[in-house]
Design a protein around this ligand. Structure first.
Ligand code: HEC
Ligand SMILES: [Cu+2]
Length: 350
């Protein structure tokens, strides 16, 4: 059977392919209905009054009209109710879209003039393409190497700015297998219009096959550990056992950390990022400000990997071990190796 484009000959709306799509469209049609109602009403009233109050005799003095409490109450309360329904609808849609569910599977996105670089938690990389399973919640953690971009999937009715020096997140759950346009929705220079691609929504089985067929290389956590232990030498300070010079990184994610200046913060992606790029900004209580800055030495993708690794030290690796990882034969020996982390005891000297 042929897969037909379901749209009529004027494709006014993209397909509805995520759990948000129905709600967003409903709200949108509601706004259109309100606008249409008032536009038609106002235009009709104009014509009605033009005819009704046309000049019948020259220089006539019309009867004066004084205030009407009933009328004023009515035209205050009705618009109030209408605007509150719009607010409520908008709040519900917004709340659903911008609160990422905990169980969502992780995908990392780095924007760059003019392409999208994507890495799955199981290690597979793609450019300008994103493969996801249908009916699963997917969380994108996004940043950019250069200017502002914006990750936009019209069929999912969701988009999010991708901002230099920051992590933004978005999530969705695709409801229909298929191929959907992906755009950059923020003018980002000469080839902005070409900065797009496709999201492929696949049945879980097909997705598992796709994962298995794409040599995964290192997962972000493994790549991060490689950078941490070998390439960047973080381990020389952070993996020394009892009297290591660097702060303890195990178990810190999501916890409060205290600084020498008496302030404190909750350890999240943004804090880890700052700790690596600008270690002098906040000095952890009990340590010396000896950590060098890694600004200019790590790419955005490496930062994402380092952060994924540091998070995994806090047992946050749960989101990376998906059913897909076990289904993909390539991934299982890696997953086993991954759990076999060197403990500070075996590594640590005295
Ligand atoms: C020369 C030793 C040294 C090296 C190399 C080093 N660090 Fe640090 N790091 C420290 C010290 C000391 C602190 C605590 C003082 C501070 O906050 O700057 C720290 C703090 C941190 C923190 C904040 C920890 C917390 O509890 O809030 C993170 C995250 C971190 N380092 C990650 C890294 C990463 C990733 C690398 C490698 C790219 C690295 N460090 C390399 C010494 C080092
Ligand atoms: Cu762009």
């Amino acid at each position: 059977m042929m897969i037909m484009q379901q749209n009529t000959w004027i494709p006014l709306f993209p397909e509805q392919a995520s759990t948000f799509a129905g709600d967003v469209d409903l709200l949108y049609f509601y706004l259109i209905a309100i606008s249409a109602f008032f536009t038609i009403g106002i235009v009709a009233a104009i014509f009605f009054f033009v005819v009704k109050y046309r000049e019948r005799e020259a220089f006539a003095t019309p009867k004066e009209i004084h205030g009407s409490i009933a009328l004023e109450t009515l035209w205050s309360i009705i618009p109030f109710i209408i605007s509150m329904t719009v607010f409520l609808g908008g709040a519900i849609v917004y709340y659903n879209q911008y609160r990422v569910p905990d169980e969502a599977m992780d995908v990392y996105v780095v924007g760059k003039q003019w392409m999208w670089k994507i890495q799955h938690a199981t290690g597979q990389r793609e450019i300008n393409e994103l493969h996801v399973p249908v009916g699963r919640k997917v969380k994108l953690t996004m940043t950019t190497e250069d200017v502002l971009h914006d990750f936009f999937i019209p069929a999912f009715r969701t988009k999010m700015d991708v901002v230099p020096g920051r992590y933004t997140t978005m999530w969705f759950e695709a409801t229909k297998p298929g191929k959907y346009h992906l755009f950059c929705a923020e003018y980002c220079g000469l080839n902005h219009s070409g900065m797009g691609g496709w999201v492929y929504v696949m049945e879980q089985r097909d997705f598992d096959n796709w994962l298995a067929g794409n040599v995964s290389g290192q997962t972000p956590v493994e790549a991060g550990r490689d950078l941490f232990e070998n390439k960047l030498g973080c381990a020389s300070c952070h993996q020394g056992g009892k009297d290591q010079r660097g702060a303890v990184l195990e178990g810190i994610f999501g916890k409060e950390v205290k600084f020498t200046n008496g302030q404190s913060a909750i350890v999240d992606d943004a804090y880890l990022r700052e700790s690596i790029l600008n270690p002098g900004a906040k000095i952890v209580e009990g340590y010396q400000p000896i950590m060098p800055t890694f600004k200019g030495q790590v790419t955005e993708e490496q930062l994402v990997q380092l952060i994924a690794y540091i998070k995994s030290l806090s047992g946050d690796a749960g989101t990376t071990s998906q059913t897909a990882a076990t289904a993909a034969p390539k991934a299982s020996p890696e997953a086993a190796a991954n759990s076999n982390m060197p403990s500070s005891e075996t590594k640590g000297g005295n």
